[in-house]
Design a protein around this ligand. Structure first.
Ligand SMILES: CC(=O)N[C@H]1[C@@H](OP(=O)(O)OP(=O)(O)OC[C@H]2O[C@@H](n3ccc(=O)[nH]c3=O)[C@H](O)[C@@H]2O)O[C@H](CO)[C@@H](O)[C@@H]1O[C@H](C)C(=O)N[C@@H](C)C(=O)N[C@@H](CCC(=O)O)C(=O)O
Ligand code: ATP
Length: 442
């Protein structure tokens, strides 16, 4: 039998504010449920824009179930415009790039998507209030966005999917009523992901969270969704099957442009989507984070906090590449005692961490499959620390210095650090907001 993955048309129940998404994978059936806050204006549910975005959300959420077998054939009765078809293939190809690379699955350019053509003219624009939905991930990036928007006087509503740990504590510290959505994945998918004969791996979580945010924008009236994706996120990890694969693909600029266009056209030009941090490197974001202290004890970028089953460990595990990278990019800009208070220990003075830091700086192996910044920016931060009174004697900094200079040379590292702190103009932030933020973020 030819293996297939089928995405059924989703249902939204106004009585329970639940959206149900059903899938077929060969002879298996799965259902995922999203629970939204109470919807008072149920007329929006029947609008063409909401129905369109609900269908696209069903397709994007499908990656979790598709990946169990990753069949070449994908089918649905959800009608797609040519641009939406390209968007879907982008999610199922590049969005799953890490998954394909780590499982050795050649799917790029080979997937067939059987879906009816949507040849309707542009959809009528829903009436959306001029309000901003700000996704909160619990880490430094979205909290820098909070600081920037607050300082330029731009109001926003925090948003999160399956909020837990640092997301909840950060939103409490922000002090603004949030919009939360609960996502219940089919437990049978999670079980099978551990069984022989089924694949498992990374999925484009930002694409998933963004589609859910778009549904909230229509349900509750927001005309822009502001992400906190840094320019560093566009750098991939390894080339596989002829393409660069990227752990953070759905945080990349290329994906942002594509999904922003899809959401804009699906809402008749009413819904904007962009990242407020696109001009910045991760190091620059780290420097901006040091401007305030109110989130020091409540935030964490460590992804172990965001497992579906939550985290029973500390806010910062101190062992993963994400913890190592975030510690590294804070060190040049944050007083050492403050950084050690946040992390509870000095990750740069533990020889056991040396190999991980070498990978981050491009001195061995590959860029880790984690949400970390560019290799050259990590190397540049190390170079800066090697000349820093507080850090140059620490074990890992001392150990890496000769190899950094041998591999990159002093001039390249100096230029790379200057580049980290130079803002890019390659973004889609509305000009007035971009100018306000640029004036503050000096
Ligand atoms: C929290 C995390 O990093 N999880 C990754 C980890 O999964 P793990 O098994 O450790 O725990 P869970 O996240 O609870 O996953 C349990 C299983 O469920 C599957 N699953 C989960 C969420 C989902 O939306 N779909 C699913 O199918 C998952 O595959 C597990 O089998 O390792 C997994 C395998 O490599 C990763 O898939 C998990 O990544 C999550 C989907 C996740 O939410 N990751 C984000 C924290 C993340 O990496 N965000 C990136 C952005 C990536 C992007 O391109 O948007 C970032 O922060 O930069
Ligand atoms: N559970 C979630 N619900 C809604 N949005 C999320 C969630 N997790 C992450 N995001 C958003 O997705 C984007 C990428 O997440 P990312 O983890 O990089 O952000 P972060 O947690 O703010 O920063 P850090 O990189 O330090 O972890 C950000 O805009 C973030 O706000």
């Amino acid at each position: 039998m030819t293996e297939f993955f089928r995405i059924e048309c989703p249902q939204f129940d106004p009585d329970t504010s639940e959206a149900r998404f059903s899938y077929r994978l060969n002879d298996l059936a799965f259902t995922e449920v999203l629970r939204f806050p109470h919807v008072s204006d149920i007329a929006v549910l029947d609008t063409p824009s909401f129905q369109k975005l609900l269908g696209l959300c069903a397709i994007v959420l499908g990656v979790s179930y598709f990946k169990l077998r990753a069949p070449l054939r994908i089918e649905t009765d959800i009608a797609l415009t040519p641009d939406e078809r390209a968007f879907v293939l982008d999610v199922y190809e590049n969005g799953l790039g890490e998954f394909y690379a780590r499982n050795g699955l050649q799917r790029f350019g080979r997937l067939s998507l059987d879906a009816p053509e949507d040849d309707k003219a542009q959809l009528p624009a829903p009436v959306l209030k001029e309000r901003t939905l700000l996704p909160i991930g619990g880490g430094k990036d979205s909290l820098v966005s909070v600081d920037l928007l607050t300082h330029v006087g731009a109001e926003f509503t925090p948003f999160a999917v399956n909020p837990k740990g640092p997301i909840l504590s950060s939103v409490e510290a922000i002090g603004i009523e949030p919009v939360y959505v609960t996502r219940t994945l089919d437990p049978e998918m999670i079980r099978l992901g551990k069984e022989p004969g089924y694949y498992n791996g990374h999925v484009p979580s930002t694409a998933i969270n963004s589609m859910i945010a778009a549904l909230c924008a229509l349900l509750f009236g927001y005309d822009q969704i502001v992400l906190s994706n840094e320019r560093s996120a566009s750098e991939g990890n390894v080339v596989f099957d002829g393409r660069e694969t990227n752990h953070q693909y759905s945080k990349s600029l290329g994906f942002e442009v594509r999904i922003a266009d899809i959401l804009l056209h699906a809402t008749g030009g009413a819904l904007r989507y962009f990242s407020l941090l696109r001009p910045y490197s991760e190091a620059r974001i780290a420097s901006l984070f040091t401007h305030g202290h109110r989130f020091d004890s409540v935030f964490s970028s460590c992804n172990r906090n965001f497992r579906l089953t939550g985290n029973d460990g500390p806010l910062w595990c101190g062992e993963c590449p994400k913890c190592h990278f975030v510690f590294l990019i804070f060190a040049p800009f944050m007083p050492k005692d403050r950084l050690l208070r946040i992390f509870g220990k000095n990750l740069l003075d533990e020889p056991a961490n040396e190999h991980s830091f070498r990978e981050l700086a491009g001195l061995t192996g590959q860029k880790p499959w984690e949400c970390v910044g560019e290799i050259l920016e990590a190397a540049a931060c190390f170079y800066t620390l090697s000349r820093h009174a507080d850090w140059h004697e620490d074990a890992v900094v001392k150990a890496l210095k000769p190899d950094l200079l041998a591999q990159y040379g002093e001039e390249k590292l100096q230029l790379a650090m200057a580049e980290c702190l130079t803002d890019s103009h390659d973004h889609h932030i509305p000009p007035a907001l971009a100018a306000q933020v640029a004036a503050y973020a000096v």
